[in-house]
Ligand binder design. Structure first.
Ligand code: DOR
Ligand code: ZN
Length: 343
């Protein structure tokens, strides 16, 4: 097949930052997606409806003219979030969920949750108001190996949480393991997961073999091949519990290429192209539209998009860098060939 037309996709997990970085990256997301769930982990984090609406306006102003892109906002859950804020968020048409970061799990997660049990009254309020919970599912204990942090989070916390709040809609974000796939498959239809392009394309050799490659370092960290296979099978299975969320997470080059480089892969420049190539190689192009354009909207209880996006099979070279003011962003697969192109 040389051409494919699908319902315009949505990105159910993306970091677009603010200021100059935002102005650079948002054009890439808006070119490919009609809507996107915007992560609230700015510094300081977006914790109130008022802040989220300001941030949404900044995003709208950064969009190219005539863009129909709709940013769907989330609030950052902290130890001091009030039940009232949950009420306010549920009443606001632009807020689509709360993001739970275990404190210290990743970039700008310092304000995250220190003890999950303490949030139970808030989760109860979210369940009552039917507003989804988005989870970065990793434990942060120093004694837990970084490759095991997702699995242990599921065992220690997520299983209990889904039992205690059976009607709470939960998205386990950017899953990276076979264990996460199995867990999601076994749960009720209230629990779903997003999968990134990098976790479908690569195993951990990509950033550790032949020299350390910081632009393939993200959190949760990319795992071994058996996990990639499980994720690929889940994404291409047609099971509506698995849908697209790029976790595109841009950082300036100097922050990635450093003696303490931060986590995050920037993939917005070719996000839907990557997924198309992945599904094509898996012989599952017919499953792409569900994963990219239908299942996420259904889970978030939003209408599916009316418009379409067309991709053609055509090689183009991914640029080595994208300028962002005085900084540069190094895109995922910089300098390599991409085999699909958005028309
Ligand atoms: O790799 C990541 N980068 N994982 C996250 O959870 C956060 C993100 C970021 O904000 O850079
Ligand atoms: Zn993320």
């Amino acid at each position: 097949m040389n051409k494919i037309t699908i319902t315009t996709p949505d990105d159910w997990h993306v970091h677009v930052r603010s200021g100059q970085l935002l102005r650079t990256v948002i054009t890439h997301t808006a070119k490919r997606f009609k809507r996107a769930i915007i992560m609230p982990n700015l510094n300081p984090p977006i914790t109130t409806v008022t802040q989220a609406l300001h941030y949404r306006n900044e995003i709208l102003h950064a969009l190219p003219e005539n863009s129909a892109f709709n940013p769907l906002m989330t609030l950052y859950l902290t130890d001091t979030t009030s039940a009232e804020e949950i009420h306010n968020a549920a009443d606001c048409e632009h807020i689509k969920g709360f993001k739970l970061y275990p404190s210290g799990a990743t970039t700008n997660s310092q304000s995250g949750i220190s003890q999950l049990e303490k949030t139970y009254p808030l989760l109860d309020a979210m369940q009552k108001h039917s507003i989804p919970l988005l989870i970065h599912g990793e434990v942060t204990d120093n004694d837990i190996d970084i490759f095991d942090r997702e699995k242990i989070f599921i065992d220690r916390h997520l299983a209990t949480l889904t039992q205690k709040f059976p009607n709470l809609r939960i998205i386990l974000e950017h899953i990276t393991t076979q264990e996460a796939v199995h867990f999601i498959q076994e749960q009720s239809s209230q629990i779903a997961a997003t999968i990134t392009p990098q976790h479908l394309m690569f195993n951990r050799n990509v950033f550790l073999v032949g020299g350390i490659k910081p632009h393939y370092y993200c959190l949760p960290v990319i795992k071994r091949e058996t996990h990639r296979q499980a994720l690929l099978a889940a994404a291409t299975s047609g099971n509506p519990k698995f849908f697209l969320g790029t976790d595109s997470a841009p950082h300036p080059q100097y922050r990635k290429e450093s003696n303490c480089g931060c986590a995050g892969c920037f993939s917005a420049h070719a996000a839907i192209e990557f997924y198309t190539e992945i599904f094509e190689q898996a012989g599952a192009l017919n499953k792409l539209e569900g994963f990219a354009s239908h299942f996420g909207a259904d889970f978030y209880q939003l209408p599916r998009n009316q418009s379409t996006l067309c991709l053609v099979k055509e090689n183009w070279t991914i640029p080595a860098t994208y300028p962002a003011g005085n900084d540069e962003i190094i895109p995922l697969n910089a300098g390599e060939e991409c085999t699909w192109k958005v028309l």
